[in-house]
Write a protein that binds this ligand. Structure first.
Ligand SMILES: C[S@@+](CC[C@H](N)C(=O)[O-])C[C@H]1O[C@@H](n2cnc3c(N)ncnc32)[C@H](O)[C@@H]1O
Length: 164
């Protein structure tokens, strides 16, 4: 999910639906290498939020909806994120279109949106719709080779905003 992602001092990164924190752990490892990188996690499940706050006491987690990301960015005085990392099941979410459109608006120039799609779901209409939405929202769109080590195997979808 994070391959090729490099932070610079002062950058911010937002995680959608961090759950229990498996992507968060990898984000933190990258953040450690660079001073002053700001993180915001948005998780709607209050129980997961408690787990995340205990596991990563130095990070900020909002118990809320990613649909409110613009409000939350303002509330925390965050700079436009260089990356939005999503653990949301966008393939089955009716709001995927508006979530992706908003991400393309809030990203910093040259920033990326990273999400995943399970290999077994590739031919389904939901997965096709997600790829189409990403293609439409971002001038550059990439699909990774299958990540076989993931269970179940998945592909990473990356959309890049122009500029930067
Ligand atoms: C597949 S799980 C993420 C798994 C995560 N990578 C982990 O390591 O646990 C998806 C997460 O997205 C959260 N979620 C779903 N819809 C959301 C929304 N609209 N706003 C914020 N969080 C949401 C769920 O509560 C769940 O924790």
């Amino acid at each position: 999910m994070l391959r090729g992602l490099e932070f610079a001092p002062g950058d911010s990164v937002i995680e959608y639906g961090p759950g229990t924190g498996s992507f968060t752990k990898a984000i933190v490892e990258r953040m450690r290498a660079v001073p002053n990188v700001h993180y915001l996690g948005i998780e709607r499940d209050p129980g997961f939020c408690n787990v995340l706050r205990e596991r990563f006491p130095d990070l900020i987690f909002e118990n809320g909806q990613v649909e409110d990301v613009e409000k939350l960015i303002k509330m925390h005085g965050l700079r436009k994120p260089i990356a939005v990392i999503s653990g949301l099941p966008l393939v089955v979410m009716p709001s995927a279109g508006s979530i992706i459109k908003t991400v393309s608006k809030i990203l910093a120039d040259g920033g990326s949106f990273r999400t995943f799609s399970y290999v077994h779901a590739y031919p389904t209409p939901g997965a096709g719709r997600l790829r189409a939405l990403m293609r439409e929202a971002f001038p550059k769109f990439e699909i990774s080779p299958f990540v076989i080590r993931n269970m179940p195997p998945a592909m990473v979808l990356k959309g890049f905003k122009a500029g930067g």
